[in-house]
Design a protein around this ligand. Structure first.
Ligand code: SF4
Ligand code: SF4
Length: 149
């Protein structure tokens, strides 16, 4: 039964929502994803504090963030709602949707990655081996078609 539910979930994610990954595991509340955050707006990662201040009017999540660093990717933020002692979110029940949905596939498209401590894993819906086999079958099909001609 568990396998069927997983297959249905994978089907909906890939065929209806166009996803390539599905999420497994669960949050172990390590708090790592709340301590090194980049903000991407449209196609670029925020580099400038003045630009970020304007973004804070757009979404309440941004009002929680504080700049802690800047690196080659852009400004690095941490969330002020993270309790530094317990590593727990102080507004857990009312946290924004962006935090509830973390981690999402978009993380990879933004150049991000899960922390090593994260209890979640993002698994490809179609295993890489299967993608290769499919490509190989397609290649062979084309080849035999040419022979028949
Ligand atoms: S609101 Fe809570 S869950 Fe979201 S980034 Fe801040 S501390 Fe983390
Ligand atoms: S990094 Fe992963 S395990 Fe840690 S708090 Fe974030 S979602 Fe949970």
């Amino acid at each position: 039964m568990k396998d069927i539910i997983l297959e249905i979930r994978k089907f909906i994610l890939s065929r209806i929502l166009g996803r390539k990954y599905y999420r497994t595991g669960k949050c172990n509340a390590c708090g790592k994803c709340c301590t090194k955050i980049y903000v991407k707006h449209y196609k670029h990662v925020i580099q400038d504090e003045e630009e970020f201040k304007k973004l804070q009017f757009l979404h309440r999540f941004y009002t929680y963030l504080r700049v802690i660093d800047k690196d080659e990717t852009g400004l690095v933020f941490e969330c002020t709602n993270l309790d530094p002692l317990t590593h727990k979110c102080k507004i857990h029940k009312n946290r924004p949707g962006i935090c509830r949905r973390y981690p999402q596939e978009e993380l990879f498209s933004m150049g991000g990655a899960l922390s090593d401590d994260c209890g979640y894993k993002m698994e490809p819906i179609i295993p890489f081996k299967e993608v290769l086999e499919k490509a190989e079958r397609k290649k062979n099909k084309k080849f035999s078609f040419r022979l028949m001609k």
